[in-house]
Ligand binder design. Structure first.
Ligand code: MN
Length: 269
């Protein structure tokens, strides 16, 4: 991927001179505004665009598209300029940023870099994907970026992949917005084999909840681990990551099972 940058450095050190209006990117995540992944992402993208960060005050992973409707949301601003939403969900953050907080409409929403993969069915639960999806629902192209390992090490690799994708987007805008789910293997950038566009795979059923009794004698349940990869061939995100490539999957939102419409119609006839 070889793309001309839209910005170059001027004579004054550290000053970015843009040839045309800079792209404005809203960055969010589900791990919270202090997470190393969002800092790596925002810093990488700030080399080519104006970045505004609006993210949850704390880790809100696996909140999916949840929004807060039972209380008002408060927004604070950190010393580094990042906005954080007090106990807000990822979807809250993007929703309030786009529809009220910001005095401009972002050209792109980028979410991440998540601490851990969001492959296959993970996308249903993922707050990282949900932050991007909220932008997409509001008509803005959006990219969710996750680093596929636990614990993760190479945020710089995922940041570089995100940067290349945004550069590509700057160079060549799709006719209609896309929602892209991106997973990056946790390797040094030099070891990344490339980027492949593939479909989502699928996991086996999740492991059962883990039951325990606490010191007060109260029975508790903890959600168990995700299922192992099931549909994980080379044409899937699972297979792509396993082979050392970053995966890019365009997502849709309509959950209609079109090939069952006529079956259900007949069943109800
Ligand atoms: Mn997360």
């Amino acid at each position: 991927m070889k793309i001309a940058s839209s910005a170059h450095r001027g004579n004054s050190p550290g000053q970015l001179i843009f040839k045309s209006a800079p792209m404005r990117i809203l960055v969010s995540n589900d791990d919270g505004y202090l997470a190393p992944g969002i800092i790596a992402l925002a810093e990488a993208l700030s080399t080519i665009a104006e970045i505004t960060v609006v993210a949850p005050s704390r880790n809100r992973s696996a909140t999916s598209n949840s929004i807060t409707v039972d209380r008002a949301l408060r927004v604070e601003r950190a010393d580094n300029g990042y906005f954080y939403v007090d106990d807000g969900t990822p979807a809250d953050c993007v929703h309030l940023a786009v529809t009220g907080l910001l005095d401009f409409r972002p050209d792109l929403v980028v979410s991440g870099i998540n601490d851990g993969s969001n492959l296959g069915d993970d996308t249903i639960y993922s707050g990282t994907v949900a932050a991007a999806m909220e932008g997409y629902l509001l008509g803005i192209p959006a990219i969710a970026v996750s680093l596929a390992a636990r614990p993760v090490t190479h945020f710089a690799t995922a940041a570089q992949v995100a940067l290349e994708l945004v550069k590509r987007y700057q160079h060549s805008k799709p006719a209609a917005p896309w929602l892209l789910n991106v997973n990056v293997p946790d390797v040094p950038f030099a070891q990344l084999k490339g980027v492949r566009t593939v479909r989502l795979g699928k996991r086996h059923q999740a492991e059962p909840v883990v039951k325990s009794v606490n010191e007060q004698g109260i029975t508790e349940y903890r959600v168990g681990p995700v299922g192992k990869a099931a549909d994980a061939g080379p044409d899937t995100d699972f297979g792509t990551i396993a082979e050392g490539y970053a995966s890019v999957t365009p997502l849709s939102i309509d959950l209609t099972k079109f090939d069952a419409l006529h079956l259900v119609k007949a069943w109800l006839a």
